[in-house]
Write a protein that binds this ligand. Structure first.
Ligand code: GAL
Length: 418
């Protein structure tokens, strides 16, 4: 069953204000993560600070590479070698996959004591648990379907934030004619897939997204709507600059900041970059949900691996407790660009993009239009996601037709399911 059962009745806005229990001092954690860009490093630095303030020892194991594909490869090697890190940035079905392999410790005693069930959206809590016990703790909720733009650049062609793909294309054409790169993009498979899923939401809407990218329904995957989605992706290919290949996502964000490009299509970790560079929403950069009337959800969490020894076990408990403390959830998310995973953290210190994300999330839950991210490993197993990334990247980097891309995608998905 898809863990993001969209009819799950989770209640947002409940004000419970349960403080986390006082954490005991001590413990050691080695934390494997992929947060190395400006905004990401600042955010993970907050976690380190919080943990160290409890007397703990933090060993940092960053594996560079946006989207975490390199980190996941490193993780497998560490587990195979019998030397897993204490805590790993890991999410979605990946948590369940590792739990099934018997590779995780649970932190359920901390979760029970602090009543995590009462302060997390049930759909998110479900992902953090295996066999009814918490094996991971969520730090945030990221939204994937965003347009980011430079208002000064848009003003050069008299444009405002687009609300449909037609408007986006029209503005992009004007920017191109004015000699400005319309779309800042980094040609890496996970970034191609991020743009692709945002397009699928916009072209097909949330129900179609759910059928095609989450349930892998063959009729949806082979539909005209999927062909049209690839058509729009082909249009976007025409809006990127010639040096897009292999570019890191944060460098693409910098292109928007510097006025070299009009837009970036990226999750709100891009906002973390703008903020880390001292830019302000509304004046230096603009955010707007991409078309589609949905909300593509991506939530980061730390998963606790099977380590032993009192010091490391203590470290896992302290880290779990600190991650879930309301004060940390506020500080961390103010830096990361996301919103808290806890439902009871006040939003008054957050900017207008975060408030929009928070409000739209509640609306999407009510309207049944919340969908989990395929590109960011919230929806489908890694093997199937890999087939999506291959098909989308091959399409983006060739002159393959949309119909052939659909064929390649469906064959890939079937192969991975065998
Ligand atoms: C996502 C992750 C975000 C952000 C992004 C780029 O998968 O959830 O927190 O770090 O990758 O690295």
């Amino acid at each position: 069953m898809n863990m993001f059962n969209r009819s799950a009745a989770f209640v947002f806005g409940a004000s419970l204000f349960l403080g986390s229990a006082a954490a005991q001092a001590g413990g050691t954690v080695e934390v494997l993560h992929w947060w190395t860009s400006g905004g990401e490093a600042k955010a993970v630095g907050e976690l380190k600070k919080t943990f160290e303030a409890q007397g703990g020892k933090w060993i940092d194991s960053p594996i560079a590479g946006g989207g975490g594909d390199a980190a996941m490869t490193a993780l497998r090697a560490r587990v195979m070698a019998g030397d897993p890190p204490t805590a790993v940035q890991l999410k979605g079905p990946g948590i369940q996959e590792w739990a099934k392999e018997g590779a995780l410790n649970d932190v359920d005693d901390v979760a029970k004591k602090e009543n995590w069930d009462a302060v997390l959206p049930p759909a998110l809590a479900g992902i953090m648990k295996y066999d009814g016990k918490y094996v991971a703790a969520p730090v945030n909720i990221h939204r994937v379907d965003w347009f980011w733009a430079n208002p000064q650049v848009l003003a050069k062609v008299g444009a405002s934030m687009p609300t449909t793909w037609e408007e986006f294309n029209a503005t992009a054409d004007k920017l191109k004619a004015a000699g400005i790169t319309p779309l800042a993009h980094g040609g890496q498979p996970w970034q191609d897939a991020t743009v692709f899923e945002v397009v699928v939401l916009g072209v097909g809407g949330p129900d179609f997204f759910q059928k095609a990218l989450v349930e892998l329904d063959e009729k949806a995957l082979t539909s005209d709507t999927m062909v049209k989605s690839f058509d729009q992706l082909r249009k976007l290919r025409g809006y990127v600059d010639p040096s897009f290949s292999g570019r890191d996502w944060n460098l693409a964000t910098a292109m928007v900041m510097n006025g070299e490009a009009g837009f970036q299509i990226m999750g709100d970790w891009a906002k973390g970059e703008f903020l880390a560079a001292g830019k302000r929403p509304g004046t230096d950069f603009l955010c707007a949900p991409a078309p589609g009337n949905g909300y593509i959800l991506n939530s980061d969490s730390f998963t606790f691996f099977k380590v032993s020894g009192a010091d490391r076990l203590e470290g896992q408990k302290v880290l779990a407790s600190e991650i879930m403390s309301p004060a940390f959830q506020e500080t961390f998310n103010l830096a990361k660009g996301s919103i808290p995973a806890r439902i009871d953290v006040p939003m008054d210190k957050f900017d207008s993009c975060a408030v929009k994300s928070h409000d739209d999330l509640a609306a999407a839950i009510a309207a049944n239009s919340l969908v989990p991210s395929m590109a960011h490993e919230m929806a489908i197993p890694r093997t199937i996601r890999g087939e999506f990334l291959d098909a989308v990247t091959n399409f983006f980097n060739s002159d393959m037709s949309s119909a052939d891309a659909v064929k390649a995608l469906v064959e890939g998905v079937k192969r991975a399911q065998r």
